[in-house]
Design a protein around this ligand. Structure first.
Ligand SMILES: [Zn+2]
Length: 401
């Protein structure tokens, strides 16, 4: 019973440790047979079809939003014209009111003079008859009534125009806020589009990468009877992690990314916002294990490193050009290449269908590179980067926990 209790306790501690450990990435079987590789290919093709659909949807959404913005801007222009018209109409009405007021005053003063004692006498003496005088008084009274009526109508018109101006201003504000929301929506959609399909490899490219890896490990002097990890540990120098560029911001985070409605994917790394042509340096000391050139990921450099007791493969993708060669030893001062992502995109006359704008994609896999599927199975969130989209880093040594 005592023995079982001890085992039970160990089991409990072990299960506690397991529950505290991060949830492991679901392992994908490393394809080491042709059948397995063919299966991977079918999956790649399915993924490509899904991503093409997502991309089409997002692009049509951007066109739609751009139309919405153009329409909203037109409506604002029209609304501004209407406001101008209303202001002018109010001014004209005010002029008319002034005229009527002047006329009324004239008529009123004439009426007062006429009704005054002296004028009355004058008037009587001037009049050929009493009847004519009464008729004149009547006409004056009617004129006054008419003018007052006109004034009321004009005052109503002014009130109406003022209300119209208030309504139009409100409408204009609504349209402006629509424009703002359309513009932010466009930005969001653009960033979703930056790299929709993620990196994917054809079966031929994966086979090539495996051949490259074997050759690299042979060159490194790995012995037939030692594990690849032991070989990497023995032949690598630990330099920790540096950022590959002196500054940049996080365009897209690692892992599941939810875009708009249908747009979501599992992102294999982080996208760093840098302008095209930026010098990309190696994050780690290590060896270039393979270099691939594909139509989904562009120029890709895979560097094998060993840091603080663990093997890592670091990938730099969508490069405009590459400055290293397969099997080359690199340090953290070695230039890997220069960044691309814009001119390399099929949208801008390039060949890489998995990028839409300038950026550097960095993936980190906690493994010795064997095959692409094995690399994907051990992906981790690249260490030391900001954890929020849009956040900047400003030096190669800046570290974010
Ligand atoms: Zn990416």
């Amino acid at each position: 019973m005592k023995k079982l209790g001890k085992i039970g306790l160990i089991g409990l501690i072990a299960s506690m440790l397991i529950s505290l450990a991060p949830i492991p990435v679901k392992a994908v079987s490393s394809a080491n047979t042709l059948a397995g590789l063919r299966k991977d290919l079918a999956a790649f093709e399915q993924q490509k079809r899904n991503n093409d659909n997502k991309k089409k949807w997002t692009q049509s959404e951007i066109v739609q939003k751009n139309n919405d913005i153009a329409n909203a801007k037109k409506e604002i222009d029209a609304s501004e014209v209407k406001i101008e018209e209303a202001k002018q109409s109010i001014e004209e009405t005010n002029e008319k009111i002034k005229e009527y007021e002047a006329k009324t005053e004239e008529v009123m003063s004439f009426y007062q003079i006429m009704m005054g004692e002296n004028s009355y006498l004058e008037f009587v003496s001037d009049s050929s008859s009493m009847t004519e005088m009464i008729m004149r008084i009547d006409a004056v009274e009617q004129l006054i009534a008419y003018n007052q009526e006109q004034l009321v109508t004009l005052e109503d018109l002014i009130k109406e125009n003022e209300q119209r101006q208030v309504d139009l201003k409100k409408y204009e504000n609504e349209l402006n806020s629509n424009i703002t929301s359309y513009e932010s929506k466009i930005k969001e959609l653009d960033s979703d589009l930056l790299e929709l399909a993620d990196i994917s490899l054809s079966i031929e490219d994966d086979i090539q990468s495996q051949k490259d890896a074997i050759k690299t490990y042979e060159q490194m002097g790995c012995r037939e009877d030692e594990t690849l990890e032991a070989c990497i540990a023995r032949t690598s120098s630990n330099g920790g992690w540096l950022k590959p560029v002196p500054k940049g911001y996080i365009v897209s985070l690692f892992g599941y990314r939810q875009g708009n409605a249908n747009v979501s994917s599992n992102h294999s790394g982080i996208d760093i916002g840098v302008s095209e042509g930026t010098t990309v340096l190696s994050s780690t000391n290590g060896t270039v294990v393979t270099i691939l050139h594909t139509n989904c990921g562009g120029n890709q450099v895979y560097v094998q490193s060993y840091i603080d007791g663990k093997p890592y493969t670091v990938l730099y993708a969508h490069l405009k050009s590459v400055s290293v060669s397969k099997g080359q030893k690199v340090t953290q001062q070695t230039q890997i290449g220069i960044s691309g992502g814009y001119s390399t995109s099929t949208l801008h006359g390039g060949y890489d269908r998995c990028t839409t704008g300038a950026h550097l994609h960095v993936s980190v896999s906690e493994t010795v590179y064997q095959s692409y599927s094995n690399f994907v199975a051990h992906l981790i969130n690249p260490p030391g980067y900001p954890k929020t989209k849009g956040a900047w880093f400003y030096s190669r040594t800046q570290w974010f926990d």
